[in-house]
Design a protein around this ligand. Structure first.
Ligand code: 8YV
Length: 331
């Protein structure tokens, strides 16, 4: 008998076909969003869950689903899953690193450029029919070339963002839990480790690329924004909750920093409505990894992790390798 698998959301049909070779799959191609109760009900009798980062899997779900043996998350971030509870329950958890690094770094730059050079703001103005003459001071933005790029969270994605700054003759500073190896710093355009205070004070463009955990909740709040330069831009491609959105809205409204570019929000997709009234913020709906090839690669990566586990192998992207697995042999 094949193991049973619940799909939290819709996925590419060929990925579903692939999974169907190994699992008895309950698909969700209607893309219904499951409440916690619905998820618990659907997971009864299921061995595995194919999740995405918007599908929360808290301890209550894990406790209520004793048969669950693995969660394959189609995301590099896995803060949607209570990892400690999953690990204690013997549930394997995997993510999809690497395959999205370059695409996400590309998008950080798209957001940075659009924010610094006021691309979406000026387009909205043009589309509204307001363009009747050229003006010497129309939509003056910040320079990107020659500026100081600050990166908070210098993992794979942060390093790839930094590397791209070579073409813009930028100086790169970063703050991270630990210093990178010298070769990685060189790769990242000779990035230089600084304190968080120096990063905030010095960066012309500050990009957030750190993973979310409760320890970094509101790591950028009113006090941190107050330390930034008045002409600075803030880019968040990491996770909602790292920035205090209410504090950012107040700062943008009072032009305490020049602008922000956001792909992620607290409580998304129900983000703070006051962002909509601000012209100095570029807003995108959590699409940093959304290139066609990368989303396919992520979907297959999550699927392969699940297949590996139920074929008796170690999933390549296990995030809780210390887990005492309860995956039973399924042939
Ligand atoms: C995903 C992401 O699009 O991988 C992540 O952690 O945030 C995005 O790439 C999204 O989370 C899908 O689950």
């Amino acid at each position: 008998m094949k193991p049973t698998l619940l799909m939290a959301r819709a996925v590419f049909p060929d990925v579903l076909d692939y999974l169907g070779q190994y699992f008895d799959v309950e698909a969700n191609q209607e893309d219904i969003l499951f409440s916690q109760d619905a998820l618990i009900a659907k997971l009864q009798g299921k061995d595995a869950l194919y999740a995405v980062s918007s599908q929360l899997v808290p301890a209550a779900v894990i406790a209520a689903c004793p048969r669950l043996q693995m969660i394959g998350n189609m995301a590099v971030g896995f803060n949607n899953i209570d990892l400690a509870a999953a690990t204690a329950a013997g549930i394997l958890v995997s993510n999809t690193p690497d395959v999205l690094t370059e695409t996400t770094a590309d998008f950080a730059w798209a957001l940075l450029m659009a924010t610094a050079r006021r691309v979406t703001e000026s387009e909205h103005w043009l589309r509204a029919g307001k363009w009747d003459r050229w003006c010497y001071d129309g939509f003056l933005g910040a320079d990107v070339h020659g500026a100081t790029l600050g990166i908070l969270g210098m993992g794979r994605i942060g390093q790839s963002i930094a590397r791209r700054s070579m073409g813009f003759d930028m100086r790169v500073i970063y703050h991270n839990r630990s210093r990178l190896a010298e070769s990685d710093e060189q790769y990242a355009n000779n990035a230089q480790l600084v304190s968080k205070e120096e990063l905030l004070r010095t960066a012309d463009h500050l990009v957030l690329a750190l993973p979310y955990s409760p320890a970094v909740h509101h790591t950028i709040g009113a006090a941190e924004i107050a330390q930034m330069q008045p002409g600075a831009t803030l880019i968040n491609i990491a996770r909602g909750g790292i920035v205090d959105d209410v504090a950012l809205i107040a700062a943008l409204r009072e032009h305490r920093i020049a602008a922000a570019g956001l792909d992620v929000y607290e409580n998304e997709p129900a983000f703070h409505p006051d962002f909509l009234a601000l012209s100095n913020v570029v807003l995108t709906p959590h699409i940093a990894s959304a290139s066609a090839p990368t989303r396919r690669a992520m979907a297959m990566c999550a699927a392969r992790n699940l297949v590996a586990a139920f074929s008796g192998e170690q999933p390549p992207n296990l995030v809780n390798p210390g887990v005492t697995r309860k995956v039973v042999a399924h042939g």
